[in-house]
Design a protein around this ligand. Structure first.
Ligand code: PMP
Length: 285
């Protein structure tokens, strides 16, 4: 694989960052995951905008403009011959040459930027979308600024492991009795034709796929309620699903071992998946 690091396209074995990089020592960095379908980038402007916001919230200067980022992504897709898959991008506060809690002066410590592709042939026709996934619920003990897409992903990783151990695929996190989101996705339920998903705030990541799906749902005259919901409400729902850049719209068929609705992917999730894939392919760059 050819990867991108600080302006260079290199074979992955030759691409390195410092042991003093603040991304490595302090999880002082942000990231984005963008899907590639038919060699094109889905929802690129949304991901580029959120990246700028994450950087700004952490007082980090952006080392690339959205146009430069698009050029880097396209070059990686071309050099690696990616048809379907993902691009991972990470920007950290760089290498100050030592370990120190205080932020280094950005003038002397440029940020570190890396990007790489992950090839996933047939990403859009995942058989999992036809069977749906099972989730468990876990406490949401993450920090209070989940709207910033930082590389601080230890608890979400632990959540995935707890799910695996319980024979499930993912975990929905719960805070003060209300579902926040999945370990790496936004969470939704459907009741009486209404689509319910948590409102935006510091408690969840503002999913780019979420924004697109809610827009498409509104355009298709579906009713959307942006509000918090409980696990009890979810257990009584007709359907449940998640969204993310890599899973698109994915039905959830069980929560904590109890089936949701019919226990099979529901019509709303199935339709939204089709609409999302069709519409986002049209605007892919
Ligand atoms: N919430 C969390 C915690 C996530 O990690 C992700 C995906 N990175 C999402 C939601 C979904 O966001 P997006 O649709 O932009 O991939």
């Amino acid at each position: 694989r050819i990867v991108y690091v600080n302006g260079h396209y290199l074979p992955e074995a030759e691409a390195t960052v410092s042991v003093f990089d603040r991304g490595f020592l302090m999880a002082d960095g942000v990231y984005e995951v963008t899907s590639v379908l038919d060699g094109k980038l889905l929802d690129f402007p949304g991901h580029a905008l959120r990246l700028e916001r994450s950087l700004a919230e952490l007082d980090m200067a952006s080392p690339v403009t959205p146009d430069e980022l698009l050029a880097i992504f396209r070059e990686l897709v071309a050099q690696n011959g990616v048809t379907d898959g993902m691009i991972y991008l990470q920007i950290t506060r760089g290498n100050p040459g030592d370990r120190d809690f205080a932020f280094p002066d950005p003038a002397s410590t440029p940020s570190t930027i890396v990007a790489f592709t992950q090839s996933k042939p047939g990403l859009a026709d995942s058989p999992v979308a036809k069977s749906g996934i099972k989730v468990i619920s876990i406490d949401d003990i993450r920090w209070g600024r989940r709207d910033i897409k930082t590389v601080q992903l230890l608890y979400p990783s632990m959540g995935k492991m707890m799910a695996k151990k319980a024979g499930a695929d993912d975990a929905w996190m719960v805070q003060d009795g209300f579902v926040t989101e999945g370990t790496s996705n936004n969470a939704y339920i459907v009741k009486g034709g209404r689509i319910i998903t948590r409102h935006l705030g510091h408690e969840i990541l503002h999913g780019i796929t979420r924004a697109a799906v809610l827009r498409f749902a509104a355009e298709a005259q579906m009713v959307v309620e942006e509000r918090a919901f409980t696990l009890a409400e979810a257990s009584q729902a007709d359907e449940a699903f998640i969204t993310s850049a890599s899973a698109f719209v994915m039905p959830v068929v069980a929560i904590d071992g109890a089936t949701v609705g019919s226990g099979t992917p529901g019509p709303v999730a199935t339709r939204l998946r089709e609409i999302y894939l069709e519409e986002s392919r049209k605007t892919a760059l």
